[in-house]
Design a binder for this molecule. Structure first.
Ligand SMILES: [Zn+2]
Length: 152
């Protein structure tokens, strides 16, 4: 029950229950960033750099929001970086429940000073500051992912 400005009591008539979770899947237009997605399949991860002002973008953008130019260079990341943060996923979100084992997601700063999120593998004791090799591959479900492999 709530009250109005005149302190009149009003019954609330809106009852709510939660629905079951719904899977929502949509198509993502990638025509202008095809190089990024093709690169992931080939094991290369690209960022873009504006040819006019030099601003770097990851995820890649083909229109520079800073100077409004459409002319960018596609630059592959160096294949090494350092872990800035990580978390081990025990409860998988919708769309990832096919992974039966826990997996680790990390944020890595590349040697190009770009921050990238991906899956951390072969790191028994991951820690911040650990050096990793950066790559990518297609998962068995057909989605390309960025993979970090511990080198320490
Ligand atoms: Zn620019």
């Amino acid at each position: 029950m709530r009250k109005t400005k005149s302190n009149e009591k009003v019954e609330s008539t809106t009852r709510k229950i939660k629905s079951r979770p719904l899977l929502y899947q949509h198509e993502i237009p990638i025509t202008r960033i095809t190089k990024f997605w093709d690169g992931l399949i080939e094991g290369k991860i690209y960022y873009t750099k504006c040819k006019k002002c030099g601003e770097q973008y990851y995820p890649p953008q083909v229109d520079c929001p800073k100077c409004l130019q459409r002319d960018v260079d596609w630059i592959p990341f160096s294949n090494q970086g350092v872990i800035l943060s990580f978390t081990q996923t025990q409860l998988k979100p919708q769309g990832f429940t096919q992974y039966t084992e826990p997996y680790t997601i990390a944020i890595v700063e590349t040697q190009d000073k770009v921050k990238v999120m991906g899956w951390l593998e072969k790191a028994e004791q991951p820690n911040v500051g650990m050096t990793v090799k950066i790559g990518s591959r297609l998962q068995p479900d057909g989605f390309p992912v960025i993979i970090f492999t511990a080198t320490d």
